[in-house]
Write a protein that binds this ligand. Structure first.
Ligand code: ADP
Length: 546
């Protein structure tokens, strides 16, 4: 059907000739064909993610082009690592990134929903409904869904989070655990760390938390349960000399990117020493360089030196004798973090060191952690930085824990901003699906088809949750639906809490299981997935090679 026929006449014989030309331009696909091809691409991506959804969702191993191995359950991470070529697949990557940056959680769900919406749209196109009608119907359905989800929402307290009651904190931990649930085995402990971390940087008067004050740092060793919240920033280093003080209260930090060593000429040189005197004078000159440098540090008023470079034993013992605490080989990123956390300036020449350029810290402390005798240095700057120090048995576990913590911390921050929860376990999706179906039943124009398809697409979420938990999906979802319908008979606006019992706890009541998600995440998922679907439905021409 992509071929075109043209008639021509052979000039010599006068016979008619039929020329069959392949697609006018190679690589160009138009109309419903184009939409369908795009839908197929989107579906294949969302299918990959659907098995990762929920507390029992599977992880994926992704081998990056430079042979690094990433194990993840987080939608945004999987999508980003997949290195997708197809433009529509890339659109879904952006979708999940967008959910990640705005909300932080729900990145798998949003892609699965978009895939299901497109899957359903495809059958509408097959029945001859125009893509724009489908898109418009979806818009309406999405609005109905958002309204219904809002009805289910549970404001945790009338007047937000001004002071953190144990009850409010428990809600935060519950929501953080739901976000972590599928990703990390020991979710509960990490959820507590995430909540403490966000609360430690929260401004409850403004109902916000500045997550940029939270650093997450990982170190192989110990187990996930050893993850802790540290006051200040953490350097994975030792103090350079065992006889230097372990704790420096009221620290004034010289933050240096210049080495403690005599300047080296840039050209090749040779030094010949033939007498003892010459050697002594050379040693003295060298010594003078060191003493000058240390004097400059002392003169500035510093009692702690953070240096990007190493220094030899000579300089090290001089620093120790001068009662300075020093840390060497502090990498570029860390040194910037020290400067920001302590309000100091990074100094690249000893001559430039002045008292105003020093950083200040309540305390610089070397601590031992774990059982391996490893040290870390904590710098408790005045700016109130905190660090979540993640432990785990290998790098992959730590990286996944860091990503999951990010999700959980975003959830907690969102709840401090707007303390409203909805029940998890796809309770919201099922409720929205039922509401849309009932509206569709009362609609007599063509829109009803799109509404029904949207409702069916929403069911994909509980289905995936059930399937991934080893339940019979159709049966499990039908049961929850029937129960919710019963509630609706009594009250059409019933605040249901029934969802899929993924953890086989014997109840569908998500409030009882304490499985909560944020309202913001759920509504964002609905609107973003609808927007992307709409966008795909409106593309009817693919130009260029795929
Ligand atoms: P996302 O990246 O989209 O957050 P997840 O893999 O974290 O995806 O899965 C989130 C889904 O799992 C949500 O629908 C949430 O309600 C559900 N969920 C999480 N924990 C539970 C649980 N204990 N019981 C039932 N559903 C749960």
């Amino acid at each position: 059907n992509q071929q075109s026929l043209t008639m021509a006449v052979d000039e010599e014989t006068g016979r008619p000739v039929i020329i069959i030309r392949d697609q006018e331009e190679k690589g160009r696909i138009t109309g419903v064909q184009a939409i369908k091809q795009n839908i197929a691409a989107a579906k294949s991506v969302s299918f990959i993610l659907s098995t990762s959804l929920g507390p029992k969702g599977a992880d994926k191993i992704i081998v990056t082009p430079d042979s690094e191995i990433v194990i993840s359950n987080d939608g945004a991470t999987i999508m980003e690592q997949m290195d997708l070529e197809h433009p529509i697949a890339k659109l879904l990557v952006d979708l999940s990134k967008c959910q990640d940056s705005e909300i932080g959680d729900g990145t798998t769900g949003v892609v699965v929903l978009a895939g299901a919406l497109l899957d359903q749209a495809e059958s509408l196109l097959d029945r001859g409904i125009h893509p724009i009608r489908v898109a418009d119907g979806y818009d309406l359905a999405s609005q109905i869904a958002v309204d219904r989800v809002r009805e289910l929402s549970m404001p945790m307290r009338a007047n937000c989070a001004k002071d953190v009651t144990p009850e409010f904190k428990q809600f935060l931990v519950d929501a953080a655990s739901t976000a972590l649930g599928s990703k990390i085995a020991q979710g509960e402990k990490l959820a507590n760390v995430a909540v403490d971390a966000v609360l430690s940087v929260a401004d409850l008067n403004r109902n916000d938390a500045d997550l940029s004050l939270l650093k997450v740092k990982g170190k192989v060793g110990g187990s996930i349960e050893d993850t802790s919240l540290v006051d200040g920033i953490v350097l994975d280093k030792d103090i350079s000399h065992p006889q230097m003080k372990d704790v420096t209260p009221d620290a004034k930090l010289a933050i240096l990117t210049c080495p403690f060593e005599p300047p080296k000429p840039k050209t090749k040189y040779e030094l010949s020493i033939s007498t003892v005197e010459q050697y002594r004078s050379l040693a003295e000159t060298e010594q003078k360089f060191f003493t000058d440098m240390i004097q400059r540090v002392k003169d500035s008023g510093a009692n702690t030196v953070i240096c990007q470079w190493g220094f030899d034993d000579e300089a090290n013992s001089l620093l120790m004798q001068n009662d300075l605490t020093a840390v060497r080989w502090v990498g570029g990123e860390d040194i910037e973090a020290v400067a920001i956390a302590t309000g100091g300036r990074i100094v690249s020449r000893f001559e430039d060191l002045t008292p105003e350029k020093l950083g200040t810290a309540v305390e610089v402390r070397q601590e031992m952690y774990g059982t391996t005798g490893d040290h870390m240095i904590t710098i408790q700057g005045k700016r109130g930085y905190k660090t979540v120090f993640v432990r785990g048995s290998n790098k992959m576990v730590i990286e996944e824990a860091k990503r999951s913590l990010h999700d959980a911390m975003c959830v907690v921050r969102d709840l401090i901003r707007a303390p409203t929860l909805v029940p998890g376990g796809a309770c919201a999706e099922i409720a929205a699906s039922l509401r849309i179906t009932s509206v569709a039943n009362e609609t007599d124009d063509i829109e009803q088809y799109a509404l029904r398809s949207f409702a069916a697409a929403l069911d994909a979420i509980p289905m995936a949750l059930a399937r991934n938990s080893g339940l019979q999906p159709i049966e499990a979802v039908a049961q929850v639906k029937a129960k919710q319908l019963k509630e609706l008979e009594r009250d059409p606006k019933y605040k249901t809490t029934l969802g899929v019992d993924c953890m086989a706890r014997g109840t569908n009541d998500m409030a009882e299981q304490r499985v909560f998600e944020t309202l913001a995440s759920k509504t964002q998922q609905l609107t973003l997935a609808t927007q992307v679907t709409r966008m795909v439905l409106k593309i009817d021409d693919i130009i260029g090679q795929l």
